[in-house]
Design a protein around this ligand. Structure first.
Ligand SMILES: C[S@@+](CC[C@H](N)C(=O)[O-])C[C@H]1O[C@@H](n2cnc3c(N)ncnc32)[C@H](O)[C@@H]1O
Length: 379
C-alpha cells in the first residue's frame, strides 16, 4: 500500500486546528506550517480526510518538492514524478501555479513548463505520442514560495468549504471552513445550547449542527480523487457509507439563530433544508436586542457586520453595544464574535478573555471570546 506525503491547506491562523483534526483521525507525521499541515496517509485515508476535515481548504498529495531557481530545474523536478503510475493517459491535465517571493515568478510560464514535463515523461514511459485529455480532470498545483517548489496533486477538486448545500450566497456569508473554526475555537461543546443572533444564511449554525451530529462535512459532495484512474472507487464508496452510518441527527439539540433580515432567514431556512437540518434548528426573524434565551447556560457565536467603509463603522459599533446588552441579559452564556473592526472591544465595552487573529478571506479579523459566569479558560 502506497503511503503519500500529504498537505492539507488552511487559511492563515487555522493550521493548528487542521493539525488537531488530522491527529484526531490518528494520521501519522502531522506537522503544521504556514498555510497548511503535512501528514502521511494511504489513499483511503486521503479520501477520509477529504470527507471529514472541517477547517481545511483542500487536501493535496505532494508528488515532488525541491528548490528551483530556473525553469530547467523546475522541468527536471516535474520529470522526476512517476506520472505514468497515477494517470491512464486520457485525463485533462489541469495545471495551476502560484509563485511568491521567488526567482520563478511567472505562474503562466511555470504552468506551461510543468505541462511539457508531464507530457514528456508520459511519452517516454508509455510509448504513446498522443494524450487526448478528454477524460476526468487531473488537477495539479505548482506552489512556489521562496524558491521552494511543491508539485501537488489536488485530491479535493473544489475547495472543501463547498459543502454542497449552498445554492446562493447572501450578502456576506462566512466561508464554511471559517465558520467551523469559530465553533471549534469557542467554549461550545456538542449538547450545549448555541445561538447565533445574526445568523445570516445560517453557516455557523449548520457547522455546529453537523459537528454535533458527527456528520462528515464532505458526505454529499464529490472529490477530484474519485475520478483518478489509480483510485479504488469501491473502497471510497464503502467509506462514504460508513461515514453516513456514523452520523446521528438526533444529537442536534439547543442550536438556534436569529436575524433582523427576513431574506437572510429565508436563505438560512433553505440551507437548513439542503443540509438535512430542517426542523432541528429554530430560526427567529428578530433584532438581537429582542433575543431571549430560556437556558441558563450556552454560547453565542456570531459574525456581526464589520462596516468596512468608514461611514458604516459607527452603525456597526452601535450594534456591538447592543450585542453587549444582549449578552448582559444572559450572564450564564459565553459570547464569541469575529470582527475586522480594531475598535470592537472598545465598542463592546469589555476586553475579551481570549482574542485570536484570523483571516476572513483577505480581511484581517480578530475572534473575541468572552466567558459566561462559571466558565473559565480551563473548562
Ligand atoms: C456578516 S452577516 C452574517 C453572515 C452569516 N454569518 C452567514 O454566513 O451568512 C451579518 C448579519 O447580521 C444581520 N444583522 C444586522 N443587524 C442586526 C440586528 N440588529 N439584529 C439581528 N441581525 C442583524 C444582517 O442581517 C446580516 O445577515
Amino acid at each position: 500500500m502506497e503511503i503519500f506525503n500529504c498537505y492539507a491547506t488552511a487559511a492563515f491562523g487555522l493550521e493548528g486546528l487542521v493539525a488537531g483534526e488530522l491527529r484526531a483521525m490518528n494520521l501519522p507525521d502531522v506537522r503544521a506550517e504556514n498555510g497548511g499541515v503535512r501528514f502521511s496517509a494511504a489513499m483511503e485515508q486521503v479520501f477520509e480526510s477529504n470527507l471529514s476535515l472541517r477547517c481545511s481548504d483542500r487536501v493535496m498529495i505532494i508528488l515532488a518538492e525541491g528548490k528551483c531557481l530556473s525553469f530547467e530545474e523546475l522541468f527536471q523536478l516535474v520529470l522526476s514524478v512517476p506520472w505514468e503510475k497515477y494517470m491512464s493517459g486520457t485525463e485533462s491535465i489541469d495545471i495551476s501555479a502560484k509563485c511568491a517571493r521567488s526567482r520563478l515568478m511567472s505562474p503562466r510560464d511555470c504552468q506551461s513548463i510543468t505541462k511539457k514535463a508531464v507530457i514528456e515523461r508520459l511519452k517516454k514511459k508509455t510509448g504513446r505520442k498522443v494524450f487526448p485529455e478528454n477524460g476526468p480532470s487531473f488537477p495539479v498545483l505548482v506552489s512556489i514560495h521562496s524558491d521552494a517548489v511543491k508539485i501537488l496533486l489536488n485530491t479535493s477538486g473544489d475547495a472543501l468549504s463547498r459543502r454542497g448545500y449552498r445554492t446562493w450566497n447572501g450578502e456576506a456569508p462566512l466561508r464554511e471552513t471559517l465558520a467551523a473554526a469559530l465553533v471549534d475555537l469557542s467554549p461550545w461543546k456538542s449538547g450545549m445550547p448555541l445561538y447565533d443572533p445574526c445568523c445570516g444564511t445560517g453557516t455557523i449554525l449548520i457547522e455546529a449542527a453537523w459537528k454535533a451530529a458527527n456528520r462528515a462535512p464532505g458526505l454529499t459532495r464529490s472529490f477530484a480523487m474519485e475520478r483518478f484512474s489509480f483510485a479504488d472507487a469501491a473502497a471510497f464508496s464503502a467509506l462514504r457509507k460508513r461515514k453516513e452510518q456514523e452520523c446521528d441527527f438526533s444529537r442536534i439539540r439547543g442550536i438556534g439563530g436569529g436575524d433582523i433580515d427576513p431574506e437572510a432567514i429565508r436563505l438560512a431556512e433553505l440551507h437548513l433544508k439542503q443540509s438535512g437540518t430542517s426542523g432541528l434548528i429554530p430560526l427567529r426573524n428578530e433584532p438581537f436586542r429582542q433575543a431571549s434565551m430560556t437556558e441558563a447556560h450556552g454560547v453565542f457565536i456570531c459574525n456581526p457586520p464589520y462596516g468596512e467603509r468608514l461611514s458604516d463603522r459607527e452603525n456597526c459599533r452601535k450594534l456591538y453595544r447592543e450585542l453587549r446588552e444582549m449578552w448582559a441579559r444572559h450572564p450564564g452564556w459565553s459570547f464569541c464574535a469575529i470582527s475586522s473592526d480594531p475598535a470592537f472591544e472598545r465598542a463592546f465595552g469589555k476586553k475579551a478573555d481570549r482574542r485570536r487573529r484570523i483571516y476572513n478571506g483577505r480581511l484581517e479579523c480578530n475572534y473575541y471570546v468572552y466567558y459566561g459566569s462559571g466558565k473559565t479558560e480551563s473548562d
